[in-house]
Write a protein of this length. Structure first.
Length: 415
């Protein structure tokens, strides 16, 4: 892997999210899983049958149990071990999320055992010299909040802000970086327009109001947090994939630009005023011909995403130019069960980060998705994103060769 200059305080690490790793959650997602596991398994062949790796995944993908997070990786109980692994891999930061449904299982009732758990969690990160990067909402909601209409109702934003305030009061002392909402547009789009995620709506009107309410939720939470102390650094985690024209046709060039704008700026324009930095999640690129996306697919990941890690440079450069905020890459990685491509992905990504830095982009950190294999939402457990492999039967962990390489790179770069 390349070795070059990165700023001394550059944050190096990985990301996880509560529902995907903790196990034992009861929230709007876990309820939905139980209702949909059978139909997701029944549709798997139509969803994934065209993937090159279908033969490898079909056993899991056709099994309803795959679609139920259940005990996931049991990270809630095994976090000390997992944080020790992050340390062993020489990471200086870990992004994780607080599960709102644990803290406030019923409206207005705070669970002190859950609060104590997350206090111990943050204390453990600190003890290991790992900077906690805390996410408040990573796609999951308490059941009571979802039943009130979730973020579709503007009046519900206050509950999110109250939750954020509770987290800050309880854990704020040891925290600097806070992500209010993970990928607001992905959440709104999948849940309210595509209907793939709970509550499974397909409504343009709902999509638009959820987006506007999520922006409000971020802005209000950020103002509240800054009101407590200006030292906090707040952002959303923005999904930003790269769109580019596949040919010189004016139409292709224009529509790639429009798609990039719609993906990035429609939402960012509503929230960047209250952001201290920009969290950026980058996974793939889209090649545009006319109005259509047609990717080269020279390399694709296990979930069928086009792998173009070099393009991270362009995404960072564009966002820096437009918003002039420091950037932390809050997610980036690939589903690669055989671990044949992850090391290549990491190398190309680190080179892209270097080029962005050399062009003057103020990048402050890189967090790989993910530390551990985890429950990948409506796809379930078969996609393997971890630097660390998890055996879902025994819950044993094994650092993948690419994870070891990343750890060795971090050792050298941080010396
Ligand atoms: C992102 C999500 C994250 C994970 C990765 C693969 O969109 O934020 O939870 O599912 O994709």
């Amino acid at each position: 892997m390349p070795l070059a200059r990165f700023p001394k305080r550059f944050l190096w690490g990985a990301s996880i999210a509560a529902h995907q790793v903790e196990g034992g959650n009861h929230n709007q997602w876990s309820v939905w899983e139980l209702e949909h596991a059978k139909s997701l398994a029944a549709q798997a062949k139509y969803q994934y049958g065209d993937l090159e790796n279908w033969d490898d995944i079909k056993k899991e993908a056709l099994d309803p149990a795959n679609y139920i997070s259940g005990r996931a990786t049991d990270h809630y109980e095994r976090y000390v071990h997992d944080i020790a692994t992050a340390k062993k891999l020489n990471m200086s930061a870990l992004r994780f999320s607080i599960e709102w449904s644990r803290l406030e299982p019923q409206e207005g009732r705070w669970d002190s055992a859950a609060i104590d758990h997350y206090k111990r969690y943050v204390a453990e990160l600190k003890r290991q010299g790992i900077e906690p990067i805390l996410t408040l909402m990573h796609f999951t909601l308490p059941v009571w909040f979802a039943e009130k209409g979730g973020f579709e109702q503007r009046g519900n934003v206050k509950y999110f802000v109250r939750f954020a305030e509770k987290v800050l009061n309880e854990l704020g002392r040891d925290i600097t970086y806070i992500i209010t909402i993970n990928e607001p547009e992905v959440y709104a789009f999948e849940s309210y327009y595509q209907g793939h995620w709970p509550p499974g709506q397909q409504s343009k009107r709902a999509l638009i109001s959820v987006l506007s309410n999520l922006a409000l939720a971020h802005n209000k939470a950020a103002k509240m947090i800054h009101g407590i102390n200006r030292r906090y650094k707040v952002s959303i985690a923005k999904n930003s994939n790269y769109f580019y024209a596949g040919d010189n046709a004016v139409l292709s060039i224009r529509s790639a630009g429009v798609m990039q704008y719609m993906q990035d700026d429609y939402f960012l324009r509503k929230v960047t005023k209250t952001c201290d930095f920009l969290g950026v999640n980058f996974y793939f690129s889209n090649r545009v011909y006319g109005y259509r996306i047609h990717n080269p697919n020279e390399r694709i990941s296990d979930v069928g995403w086009d792998m173009s890690p070099d393009d991270l440079e362009h995404v960072l450069e564009r966002l820096h130019r437009k918003y002039k905020l420091p950037i932390i890459v809050t997610e980036n990685g690939c589903a690669d069960a055989s671990d044949e491509k992850r090391q290549w992905w990491l190398t190309r990504t680190i080179l892209a980060l270097q080029r962005a830095l050399a062009e003057g982009v103020d990048v402050r950190g890189y967090l790989h998705w993910s530390l551990l294999d985890n429950f990948e939402w409506d796809k379930g457990k078969w996609p393997r994103f971890g630097l660390v492999e998890v055996d879902y039967d025994t819950l044993e962990r094994r650092i993948r060769p690419s994870g070891k390489k990343y750890g060795a790179f971090l050792k050298r770069i941080r010396e």
